[in-house]
Write a protein that binds this ligand. Structure first.
Ligand code: TXA
Ligand code: MG
Length: 336
């Protein structure tokens, strides 16, 4: 039924009916459960229980000023938490369930701790089958940031969650490796006529603009008022391995062939031909963007664990999903 990692207090549950029932009850009691989603694993708590949500911040070491995303399984829940508009209805119809988070004016029912005191709330209807059944059984909206200690690379499989939070939480639901591997796209729809992309993800800015029939601005904007950063909590340095990351627009053959053995190179595509140096790695053998996105965080973690003094990473060419991958690489490389 479950495994127990040696240095971990957490139980890892497979998504059986009995286990989903147990975990739904744990959530209703105010306990934390790490959950699989199609983007990254999340650390979930009852979004309407402020005490439970405070425990998320403690377990992650997350600053209180970094608001949480609330996960739902039905449109009706959104109407209880937020004030949807026409733009929200259009994007929900086009992309939910899926890797898209909508920022909308919040209703008073949402505790302040969830939104870090902001008058808005971020809401997502995830597509992951096992997480959706847990949401349904539990019957509560679930607040869940990525299930990693604050600032580190987001987890895309259950082993990552155990490694990061296994000593700090009791329950981890195993839903297999994450299909997308990057956090959801976040769109600010507080002003439905002026949608803003706060975080790039698998649903691209172009897709959102096409669905809405209007351009989508990037970032929080100069007059976003209460929003302290691009999106609150989207610190420049985030998703960061401990090993320094150096970015390259294009990694030339000669650069990585002559590389020092103590420095790793993470290329977009596996180079063809001759024997490759042992310190050269890649995101995908054929350069397919969805595969590269899915492997990015696991590769950063793996390289971080191998004692290299530096990770040289190649940025990915092209827009769309490449923007999301490059956004995470830039944050991994940002220092201080
Ligand atoms: O894919 C995902 O979105 C994953 C899975 C678990 O659903 N969750 C995730 O959560 O990435 P987290 O905590 O790592 O990112 C939440 C971010 C915050 O840092 C902030 O940038 C934005 O969502 N956010 C939350 N509430 C907001 C609000 N009211 N206004 C603007 N941005 C908000
Ligand atoms: Mg996160």
């Amino acid at each position: 039924m479950e495994r127990i990692a040696q240095t971990s207090r957490a139980r890892v549950y497979r998504g059986t009916e009995a286990n989903l029932g147990r975990l739904a009850r744990a959530l209703r009691r105010g306990e934390l459960v790490a959950v699989p989603t199609e983007t990254v694993y999340g650390l979930a708590a009852d979004a309407l229980n402020p005490r439970a949500c405070r425990a998320i911040f403690r377990a992650k070491g997350r600053p209180a000023a970094d608001p949480l995303i609330v996960h739902i399984h039905a449109w009706g829940q959104l109407e209880e938490l937020a004030e949807p508009n026409e733009a929200a209805r259009i994007l929900a119809a086009a992309f939910w369930p899926g890797p898209l988070t909508l920022v909308l004016p919040k209703r008073p029912e949402v505790p302040e701790v969830v939104t870090s005191g902001l008058p808005s709330v971020a809401i997502r209807m995830p597509a992951h089958r096992v997480f959706r059944s847990l949401l349904k059984r539990c019957g509560r909206p679930l607040a869940a940031p990525s299930a990693n200690p604050f600032g580190y690379v987001s987890p895309t499989c259950v082993e990552h969650v155990v490694a990061g939070l296994g000593r700090r939480i009791d329950h981890i639901l195993d839903g297999g490796p994450c299909r997308i591997g990057l956090e959801s796209t976040i769109v600010d729809l507080r002003d439905p006529k002026h949608p803003r992309l706060l975080r790039p993800g698998a649903i691209t800015r172009e897709q959102i603009a096409a669905a809405l029939g209007r351009p989508v601005a990037v970032g929080g904007g100069k007059r976003s008022g209460h929003l302290p950063q691009v999106a609150p909590g989207l610190l420049k340095r985030h998703y960061s391995p401990r090993t320094p990351v150096v970015l390259h627009d294009h990694a030339s053959d000669s650069a990585w062939r002559k590389a020092r053995p103590d420095e790793a190179w993470l290329l977009t595509v596996k180079p063809v031909g001759r024997a490759l140096p042992e310190n050269v790695f890649w995101l995908d053998t054929r350069g397919r963007l969805p595969d590269a996105a899915r492997r990015l965080f696991a590769q950063l973690r793996a390289l971080d664990g191998r004692g290299f003094s530096k990770i040289h990473a190649e940025l990915v060419a092209g827009g769309g999903l490449a923007d999301a991958i490059n956004d995470r690489l830039r944050r991994a490389a940002a220092r201080g």
